[in-house]
Design a protein around this ligand. Structure first.
Ligand SMILES: C[S@@+](CC[C@H](N)C(=O)[O-])C[C@H]1O[C@@H](n2cnc3c(N)ncnc32)[C@H](O)[C@@H]1O
Length: 403
């Protein structure tokens, strides 16, 4: 492989922003990619994938390169040298790579590969927490899967097209996709491509949404005439899916505590041709009180640690803190307690997270059912998706019926 200095310089700069300035990986990469309009899709792919790889394996690469945070530019260059050697490529004869100890890098890799926290690059506290919650064997398998690059998955917007037609239209643009019977609206890209630039995306024919995430809206078992609330709607990934399943009929009330996310939801809904969504900003408890006992269905797509989606956000391994997970668990229970009141008798709700930790999932549902607010609900069914078993992001969902 022939390396280009400016592409590795861009990678080093992106890593600097992510590791030293606390920037989110996707945002730092997007910004760096705007630096040179002459870069083609291969160049952009190289910068993005190399940066993500080094973010994913920060702990391992830093240990092998004998560098410590905060990383100096020379340290980051050494980490890219480790990446090149471990990929089996020849080190370019550049000043930054002068005297790279190739054999030593390989030797250190062999030594450290027997220790999970180095091999899979994970902070001690997260490794310990996940072993305690999931057990050694399951966590070892899941962590390895969470370190693999995620597929790009599209959700066909059935308000505008069907999967077969969309597949053909993408094929005409030389974007090849596969299907998976478990996910009826999903198209999985065979090779990564910038689908956001296509006219098909601008026209609202699909959304980019992991296949695991596509199981949540159908789990709520909605149909056309119902009144549905999506309490933690964010920018509306699941809301748009609900609108499509409901064929634009009935009513969806989408709420969130962040106004800007709801603005984005409205923009996406316009593109998708979803007309049955009404967004409400949660700025006081009144918004929920007004809906007391009025909803046929409630989706709580709760804020969570995001440990199930580390494949997409590998920098979360380094940004998450144990205190945050404790705080978010309190929020999850508060959300269950406060929003569940909107479900009418005979209605149902789904509690979902993109976490694989039982304490954020089954544990929250059990605590809710034991509480006063939960005493009128029964657990009908629950499902966990795991990256190493199901091949997509990790999710949990539970459906509860209101007596
Ligand atoms: C997992 S994200 C939702 C993702 C979104 N449903 C989607 O599919 O794109 C959780 C959302 O919960 C919101 N949130 C946090 N606390 C909340 C609360 N008390 N009430 C409503 N939404 C809340 C966050 O702002 C965030 O957008």
């Amino acid at each position: 492989m022939r390396f280009h200095h400016n592409l590795l310089q861009a990678t080093v700069d992106a890593l600097h922003q992510i590791f030293n300035d606390g920037k989110y990986a996707d945002q730092a990469i997007q910004k760096i990619l705007k630096r040179d309009t002459r870069w083609g899709s291969r160049d952009r792919g190289f910068i993005a994938e190399t940066t993500y790889d080094i973010v994913r394996y920060k702990r391992l690469y830093a240990e092998i390169a004998s560098v410590k945070e905060p990383f100096k530019p020379a340290d980051l260059w050494r980490m890219t040298a480790v990446w090149i050697v471990l990929k089996g490529y020849e080190i370019p004869a550049w000043e930054e790579y002068y005297n790279t100890p190739v054999r030593r890098i390989k030797g250190r890799f062999d030594e450290l590969s027997s220790i999970r926290k180095y091999r899979e690059s994970i902070p001690d506290w997260m490794d310990e927490l996940c072993v305690a919650e999931l057990g050694e064997e399951l966590w070892t398998a899941e962590l390895a899967a969470l370190n693999k690059q995620a597929d790009v998955v599209l959700r066909t917007n059935t308000l505008k097209t069907d999967r077969k037609t969309l597949k053909e239209k993408l094929q005409a643009l030389e974007i090849a996709t596969t299907t998976d019977d478990r996910f009826p609206d999903a198209l999985i890209l065979e090779e990564r491509a910038n689908v956001f630039q296509t006219q098909l995306f601008q026209d609202g024919l699909f959304e980019v949404q992991d296949a695991g995430s596509q199981t949540i809206a159908p789990y709520l078992r909605v149909d056309s005439g119902l009144r549905v609330m999506d309490s933690c709607a964010g920018a509306g990934g699941k809301t748009l899916h609900l609108a499509a399943i409901m064929e634009n009929k009935g009513q969806i009330i989408a709420t969130d505590i962040y106004k800007n996310k709801l603005h984005e939801l409205k923009r996406r809904a316009r593109r998708a041709g979803a007309h049955n969504i009404e967004s409400r900003h949660i700025d006081s408890t009144k918004v929920i009180k007004k809906l007391d006992g009025k909803m046929d269905r409630l989706l709580i797509d709760a804020p969570c640690s995001g440990i199930g989606v580390l494949r997409r956000n590998p920098d979360a391994k380094w940004k998450l803190q144990p205190e945050f997970i404790e705080e978010i668990k309190t929020t999850q229970q508060e959300i269950l307690q406060s929003y569940s009141r909107v479900v009418k008798s005979g209605g149902s709700m789904v509690y979902a997270t993109c976490s694989i930790l039982p304490s954020e999932n089954e544990g929250q549902v059990e605590a809710f059912l034991k509480s006063e607010a939960g005493s009128t609900f029964t657990l009908q069914e629950s499902q966990s998706l795991l990256a190493h078993k199901d091949g997509f992001d990790g999710f949990y969902m539970a459906r509860l019926l209101k007596n």
